[in-house]
Design a protein around this ligand. Structure first.
Ligand code: GTR
Length: 398
């Protein structure tokens, strides 16, 4: 039976059983929903009542639906992959870290593409450490390995101080963020067969790139290979979710302010939030061709984004919203988690125990699921990272 979003109606009640860490900021609730049509979500479980049924059947069906209707399929083209450590500095960050600059080279038929990944690991660590891989959609300045430019977008110094490895790559290395008919980037290298309605778009290409970085990370002795998190903001957050869906080696998947086509439920339609028609107009290359048919026709799509969150189970997933980021629909991001919980529960994990958003500046954590909303604008800030690091410590039992 389709799940009705009753919670849309009671989003303002005070029945909070939420456990949160109160901060100095005055308690503030996210405002009530604007008027919108009733929302009925597609059925997530489709009769699956055990984790075995989910894993052996329903998970694959849902993954295929997302491939065919939203993000697209990676071609089966054969390629070679090599890693080259271009530079290594064992005394980076005043001796606190080792920096490796790694080229991940993908080649086919004499042509190649290089993804540069920068990786800082803490020198104080005796054992392999959890790693955070940032999909950086803001260019080199936001993920600067020289640390001459220190952006909150990639707070390496703080991450290292907390004992994490911090890695980043530029999405543009994998596929430039432009609508060029899929001629450049990895599409130019691997799209050998004619493209179809289901062929991969640019978000899927970036997600694939994250997996190539993971191929390296799991081979590095400084990294705990079963504790790698993938994190992205906005278009990078959409990408992180799809990377986590496609590649179950990611132990923690973090979507920051990912909005439409990311964590936010597409069927929640109101003026002031980005919707499927608009995102396809603005960014025609991000999704597959089929997804275009769901602009102003969301109910015809066999999936909604709660099903994407559910694909992470039983691994950990974190979603962060910003109060002023109405365009991304923070409540839609929260409700996607709420409606993904039935799958986490199949694995014996605890429920969120609420359908009410936490107060601003607060987080809700269950065994494998985290949500927070912070004040301010659309951005990935140190405040967000701190929430994700705290959650990672819970998940990885540090
Ligand atoms: C916005 C876009 C979003 C989001 C964001 C970003 O303009 O509407 O879907 O991806 O850009 O990546 O910064």
């Amino acid at each position: 039976m389709p799940a009705i979003l009753a919670s849309l109606l009671l989003s303002f009640s005070f029945l909070t059983t939420v456990s949160f860490a109160q901060t100095a900021a005055p308690p503030k609730l996210f405002p009530a929903d604007p008027a919108m049509p009733a929302v009925t979500l597609p059925d997530l479980l489709a009769g699956a009542t055990t984790k075995e049924q989910w894993q052996s059947k329903r998970r694959g069906e849902v993954l295929d639906l997302f491939r065919d209707h939203v993000y697209g399929r990676v071609p089966n083209t054969k390629y070679q992959q090599t890693f080259k450590v271009i530079r290594e500095n064992k005394t980076a960050l005043d001796g606190k870290a080792t920096l490796k600059e790694i080229d991940i080279i993908i080649s086919r038929s004499g042509a190649s593409l290089t993804i540069r990944m920068n990786l800082f690991t803490p020198n104080a660590a005796k054992d392999p450490v959890p790693a955070f891989l940032l999909i950086c959609n803001r260019g080199q300045a936001a993920a600067d390995p020289t640390r001459l430019q220190k952006a909150e977008f990639w707070p390496v110094e703080e991450g290292i101080a907390r004992g994490f490895a911090m890695a980043a790559f530029l999405n543009s290395d994998v596929d430039p963020d432009k609508d060029d008919g899929f001629k450049d980037g990895i599409h130019g290298l691997l799209d050998v067969e004619p493209r179809t309605d289901a062929s991969w778009g640019t978000l899927a290409a970036w997600a694939w790139g994250a997996s190539r970085c993971l191929d390296y990370l799991v081979s590095d002795a400084a990294i705990a290979r079963d504790q790698v998190a993938v994190i992205g903001h906005s278009r990078g957050g959409k990408t992180a979710l799809w990377a986590g869906a496609e590649d179950e080696r990611f132990a923690l998947v973090i979507s920051n302010n990912s909005g439409c086509g990311g964590a936010s439920l597409s069927r929640r339609k109101f003026t002031g939030k980005e919707q499927v028609a608009r995102i396809n107009r603005s960014f025609p290359h991000w999704f597959n061709k089929k997804y275009k048919s769901y602009g102003d026709n969301e109910n015809a799509c066999p999936v909604d984004q709660h099903m994407l969150i559910a694909l992470m189970a039983p691994r950990a997933v974190a979603v962060g919203s910003a109060y002023d980021d109405k365009w991304a629909d923070p409540r839609g991001e929260f409700l996607a988690i709420v409606h993904a919980m039935p799958v986490f529960k199949l694995f014996g994990q605890h429920d969120l125990k609420t359908t009410v958003m936490p107060l601003v500046n607060n987080a809700i954590n269950s065994d494998a699921v985290h949500y927070h909303i912070r004040p301010g604008k659309h951005n990935l800030l140190l405040a967000d990272w701190k929430m994700y690091w705290d959650f990672a410590n819970m998940v990885f039992k540090k």
